[in-house]
Design a binder for this molecule. Structure first.
Ligand code: F6R
Length: 606
């Protein structure tokens, strides 16, 4: 799991542009990084272990000369993070440099083959094998494009690859299979990257590559070919409406905080998601007997909440499934009559794409909620709706989660209308609630931050935190727990409150914090019962409940009062204080919430 960036410019040196772009890609991996350029007919490389700024401080990456180059930020899969394992990697003679995102599954057998031909390997990576393979084929073909294609054809696994070579010093060779790769087209330059955010300040004209395609970029433009047949592909650029400002920190200490705070805006965008696609997806869902909702991590949690929406509002049975379990659990029973709504912020999560691939082979109907236009998921789905969150840089999903919830709610409403399951009065009430969401989000975020910071101080030294809820907000408990666990490294458990007495209660003793999500809905009476059970056992009760709920207040050690709202929108708004709680807990512990250890923004390996 890494990110790559490559470019050629008419005038000046490419290295500073690559470094800045790479910095924006750091969310995809940050254990080592490097840049290679071609200058005066030779390849020059600077790379090291660590984050890009640290490496730049040490090596001055901008000093690299040359108008063409490739760059990489790494999240180790094969070979520990080290200078030697950092990309770019070279062939034996230093004429070919490569960066790669993905995993080459047959690299050991290729390596053995090449070692027998006297190739010398310096790293422990799977990537280096590609440089040597191209080198070997170049000896045969004496034509770099052909050598590149032949080498790529030998690879099994996933890859987004970018290569420069002294044999073709004015071209960048690219290949894609199972990992994202996009071209950025300009007048006096051309770029390629795992994510358009690397070049979005230079051009908004973007060309996504498909699996099993190769591309060549130069100052003259771009060419795309099918890997198998060699057929030339004619693909026009799409226009990206994100700007760089949207993708920078805008004065906040961390992307995560910025992204939490901008939810008033992102929610407004999501509420305006394209109606025709919402309509199309709900048409498919309407015709289905049952619908699977599939996602990983936070996106899966949105599916959990979604399943309550579809059932409560539209009486449609949906089954939320964790993407990595989908094939094992339902693979044998899905077929042409199965409809699956995949949810993925990035549209590139390997577990999700693996399930998509399987489902496509069974002729299932593939629908999607996604944030990234041009991502693999949006390209393979029968229909998709963009969640319109804007780019999310912080590794932890925050604004993209609330956007996904809004899309689920809009789809459920559409379905309810189609099926005649909702009265005009109910419809008007929910519409009113929807309109209030951005305003309420802004109010909660502005008014609750200080208070939440104090709560964070109370929990950061605890050994364990529980999150309990019922009904619609069970997903909120799951998501609040994931945020705290992954960002602040505080062991946490989330349960449906009713289930807590079937086991987890044995962990409760004096002072164990339990966060109850307890809005005024039909589950309130029961959840009060659960609070009492826990209180009598000495738990520290922290509640998120409506501000005038005196009964819950009297049971709580810490009470976080939320504004009055229609219970249907509570999952979208009650998660906000929990996102802040995770953020402040992380910062108070001296951690970097944007870069939790061992995690990457989009997990592109199985
Ligand atoms: C948690 C988080 C991850 C992602 C998961 C799926 O904060 O960000 O759990 O939600 O890796 O990613 P997408 O939605 O891109 O498929």
């Amino acid at each position: 799991m890494c990110r790559i960036f490559a470019g050629i410019i008419k005038e000046g040196d490419i290295a500073p542009i690559l470094r800045i772009g790479l910095k924006r890609l750091e969310y995809g991996g940050y254990d080592s990084a490097g840049i290679a350029t071609i200058y005066e007919g030779k390849i020059h490389v600077k790379k090291d272990k660590g984050k890009i700024d640290e490496i730049h401080q040490k090596l001055n990456l901008d000093e690299l000369k040359g108008n063409i180059g490739i760059a990489h930020t790494r999240w180790a899969t094969h070979g520990a993070p080290s200078k030697i394992n950092a990309h770019p990697h070279l062939d034996c003679n230093g004429n070919i440099a490569i960066v790669h995102n993905g995993i080459i599954e047959n690299f050991l057998e290729l390596k053995q083959e090449l070692e027998q031909l006297n190739h010398k390997f310096v790293s422990k990576t799977d990537t280096e094998v590609i440089a040597h393979l191209i080198e070997e084929y170049y000896k045969v073909f004496k034509n770099f494009k052909e050598a590149f294609i032949e080498a790529i054809k030998r690879l099994q696994g996933s890859y987004a690859i970018s290569v420069i070579s002294t044999y073709e010093p004015d071209k960048i060779f690219l290949a894609k299979n199972g990992a994202p790769l996009l071209l950025g087209k300009g007048k006096d330059f051309n770029f390629a990257s795992s994510d358009a955010i690397a070049f979005i300040d230079k051009t908004k004209e973007c060309i996504p590559l498909e699996d099993n395609e190769i591309a060549i970029i130069s100052l003259e433009g771009y060419e795309i070919y099918k890997l198998g047949s060699g057929t030339k592909v004619n693909r026009k650029p799409i226009f990206l409406n994100w700007n760089l400002e949207q993708a920078s920190k805008e004065g906040y200490d961390h992307y995560m905080l910025k992204e939490i705070m901008e939810q008033e805006t992102s929610m407004r965008w999501s509420l305006n998601a394209q109606k025709i696609y919402l309509e199309l997806i709900s048409d498919y869902m309407d015709k289905a007997d049952k619908v699977f909702l599939v996602g990983a991590g936070t996106s899966y949690h949105s599916c959990v909440v979604g399943s309550y929406y579809y059932s409560k509002l539209a009486t449609v049975t949906t089954i939320p499934v964790i993407a990595s379990e989908f094939i094992e659990n339902y693979g044998s029973s899905i077929d042409i009559n199965t409809t699956i709504l995949f949810v993925s912020q990035s549209g590139e999560t390997a577990d999700v794409l693996n399930a998509v691939d399987f489902a496509r082979k069974r002729a299932c109907t593939i629908l999607a909620i996604c944030n990234v236009i041009g991502s693999t998921l949006t390209r393979v789905a029968r229909a998709y709706v963009l969640q319109q969150s804007g780019p999310e840089i912080g590794v932890a999903a925050t604004k993209t989660y609330t956007s996904q919830l809004i899309i689920h709610l809009l789809l459920a409403l559409n379905l309810a209308k189609k099926r005649g399951k909702i009265s005009q009065y109910e419809m008007d009430e929910i519409k009113e609630a929807l309109n209030e969401i951005p305003f309420l989000a802004g109010k909660i975020l502005r008014e609750k931050s200080k208070e939440i910071k104090e709560v964070a101080k109370r929990i950061i030294n605890k050994n364990h935190v529980f999150f309990l809820a019922r009904g619609l907000n069970y997903g909120t408990a799951l998501e609040g727990r994931l945020k705290l666990l992954e960002i602040a490294y505080i062991p946490s458990t989330a349960y449906p409150a009713g289930e807590s007495k079937h086991g987890p209660i044995s962990l409760i003793e004096e002072g164990v914090p339990i966060i109850f999500i307890a809005p005024k809905d039909e589950t309130r009476k029961q959840i009060i019962g659960n609070m009492m059970e826990m209180k009598t056992r000495g738990a520290e009760i922290i509640t998120l409940a409506e501000e005038d709920d005196e009964e819950i207040k009297s049971l709580s050690n810490i009470f976080i009062g939320m504004p009055k709202m229609n219970s249907i929108i509570t999952p979208i708004l009650y998660i906000l204080p929990l996102q802040l709680l995770a953020y402040y807990s992380s910062v108070l512990k001296g951690l970097d919430p944007d870069k939790p250890r061992n995690l990457a923004k989009s997990v592109t390996v199985l």
